[in-house]
Ligand binder design. Structure first.
Ligand code: ADP
Length: 158
């Protein structure tokens, strides 16, 4: 079975990669769907984010990456995959995800959500956290793939 893993990935972190790896153990094929979250003002362009995702998951089998400009439910309706994966860290993730899942289900009843729990190592890893660390020149190696580390360092040097 095919599943969709949507997100804004600004930028992709090892927390996201961990969810992708877990998802491939359950689902046959994963499509990472890169979208713009209107609640967030991205640091990286969609093309930069796309390249970083592709490079970060290149060694994981049965994973591809697509860009989608629009609502998640529109993507789901046009796709043969009807399962959407999301990662969970803290309680605050749950509240946001719960609200989004119920709204999306009203628009697209065939959609099912599947939530995967993060690894303890990545409990506090978020795209915002790595951007903050990068801004102050902190150590990034543990949290993001090498291509993202370089891109973050370059962004904040400019
Ligand atoms: P969005 O803007 O759609 O929330 P994100 O790129 O921030 O996009 O996150 C995409 C998904 O990955 C979300 O379900 C989020 O909870 C999950 N995620 C982000 N960081 C982690 C992490 N460290 N561990 C597990 N899941 C994570």
């Amino acid at each position: 079975m095919k599943a969709i893993y949507p997100g804004s990935f600004d930028p992709i972190t090892y927390g996201h990669v961990d969810i992708v790896k877990r998802a491939t153990k359950i689902f046959g094929e994963i499509t990472i769907v890169l979208m713009n979250n209107p609640r967030k003002n991205p640091l990286f362009s969609i093309d930069e984010r796309f390249e970083m995702i592709k490079e970060s998951v290149k060694d994981i089998k049965n994973v591809d990456v697509e860009i989608h400009k629009g609502l998640l439910v529109q993507y789901v309706k046009s796709s043969s995959a009807k399962v959407v994966i999301r990662g969970l860290r803290a309680l605050e993730d749950f509240e946001y995800e719960f609200e989004m899942a119920l709204t999306n289900r009203q628009m697209c009843p065939e959609l099912e959500m599947a939530y995967l729990m993060t690894d303890l190592k990545y409990l506090f890893v978020s795209s915002s956290m790595v951007k903050e660390i990068a801004q102050f020149g902190g150590e990034l190696k543990k949290w993001v793939p090498p291509i993202v580390e370089k891109a973050l360092q370059k962004k904040f040097r400019q």
